[in-house]
Design a protein around this ligand. Structure first.
Ligand SMILES: *Cc1c(COP(=O)(O)O)cnc(C)c1O
Length: 410
């Protein structure tokens, strides 16, 4: 019998013997691993024996987290990194070469957008398209396209990518389809269902959930045929073909770049992951109720949330995701200063970050999107007064009362 989502995470560590019968994987902080038989050390280096050699390439605590993430995404293997950005950067560094082309959604996490700008200067060309419609992705494909990259629900304006149809398009062209699942998490959506080859999660956000550890992960769904991918180095082709991609990501991203997830944050993230489903249900329920309340308020001119009937991809979001998530954005009526409004909120914290247990609010144009300038912000449809909200798991009545009093005074 296949266990449910939460049962699977909770009992994952106990499937292999753990020291002293502890109920979760202990923190292994050793950097080096000593072998009584030196031949075994050599075998570990060659990949002939499972094991650890040096902490940059992994440790048992991080492996236990990787196993959990593979189960959550129903993938065949996962590599964890020090942050979500490190996971994305490792995937790109490992799999692309100069002259390659990538099609990416233009509705991207700001730092991913910045990273892709760097790749453009390194000889890879990245085309940005409106990924809410598969036709835009299809039009951008070229003979040298190596991968298609999308996020599930975009931040801050919550556009939903045409995930299933983009998956079909990639499958029919034998193209690697990479989905950043951070905003939905594997509890709300499994990109493997829609034929993603690689799935990226920032563990810092919903999977960790408590705002106390950074981490990222890349999961191989097992669906992509790596023998058709021209950028695999010969020395990684000794492994089973299904593992070529993740092996190269590990070697380049962890061994060469060194963006390793240490045991302490891996432990915190694994503990956070145990309650992912409970937290996601509560925060998305809060978000839907709050979105409805804000949308009906005279001092709010616009609410971006896929769970609202007037959201342009509402039907698509309902088809794809278990709930519509816990991220939304709002615009205040003309004349209301967004800073004054934020300062009137008593519970809600003015802070960057998202996916925390606590509700966080941030004036996007003045912080995260400040560097890009007013012109590019206008192009992206980001109003100067836009406030992004990451809804937490507080008691809904308290949240509603806080927004109500802050709006009434505005
Ligand atoms: C936060 C985020 C990232 C980066 O994750 P970090 O752990 O902060 O490096 C990547 N993608 C999305 C969609 C994010 O929200």
């Amino acid at each position: 019998m296949k266990n449910g989502f939460t049962t699977t995470i909770l009992h994952s560590d106990l499937e292999s013997p753990i020291e002293h019968f502890s109920v979760h994987k202990p923190m292994h902080t050793a950097v080096a691993f000593g072998y009584p038989d030196a031949r075994d050390l050599a075998k570990v280096f060659k990949g002939e024996l499972p094991g650890y050699a040096y902490g940059r390439q992994g440790n048992p605590t991080t492996t236990a987290l990787e196993v959990k993430i593979s189960k959550m995404e129903e993938g065949i293997a996962t590599a964890c990194f020090s942050t979500g950005m490190a996971a994305i950067a490792a995937t790109f560094v490992a799999l692309l070469r100069a002259g390659d082309h990538v099609v990416s959604s233009s509705f991207l996490f700001g730092n991913t957008n910045s990273l892709f700008g760097t790749f453009n200067t390194l000889g890879c060309e990245i085309s940005f398209v409106d990924a809410t419609d598969v036709a835009n992705v299809a039009r951008a494909l070229r003979p040298n396209t190596r991968m298609v990259f999308v996020e599930t629900i975009a931040n801050p304006c919550t556009q939903v990518a045409d995930l299933a149809r983009i998956g079909e398009l990639c499958a029919s062209h034998g193209l690697l389809y990479v989905v950043d699942n951070t905003m939905t998490s594997p509890y709300l959506y499994q990109p493997k269902r829609d034929q993603a080859g690689l799935i990226i999660n920032s563990l810092t956000k919903y999977i960790g959930g408590h705002g106390n550890a950074l981490g990222g992960a890349v999961t191989d769904s097992g669906l992509f045929d790596w023998t058709r991918f021209s950028n695999i180095y010969d020395n990684y082709k000794n492994a089973k073909p299904a593992l070529w991609g993740i092996l190269q990501i590990r070697k380049k991203g962890l061994r060469d770049v060194g963006s390793t997830l240490a045991a302490e944050p891996a432990h915190r993230l694994a503990i956070g992951a145990e309650t992912l489903a409970l937290r996601m249900d509560k925060s998305s329920d809060n978000a839907l109720q709050l979105a409805r309340f804000l949308a009906g308020h005279p001092k709010v001119t616009k609410v971006y949330y896929p769970g609202l009937e007037d959201h342009p991809q509402h039907r698509l979001a309902k088809e794809l995701f278990r709930t519509c998530g816990a991220l939304m954005s709002m615009e205040l009526a003309d004349g209301i200063d967004c800073f004054d409004f934020l300062n009137r909120l008593k519970l809600v914290i003015s802070s960057s970050h998202l996916g925390d247990n606590r509700t966080l609010a941030i004036p996007i144009a003045h912080t995260i999107y400040w560097e890009m300038g007013a012109e590019r912000r206008a192009e992206m449809g980001i109003a100067e007064s836009l406030i992004r909200l990451s809804i937490g798991i507080e008691d809904f009545d308290d949240l509603k009362a806080d927004f109500a009093q802050a709006l009434d005074q505005s």
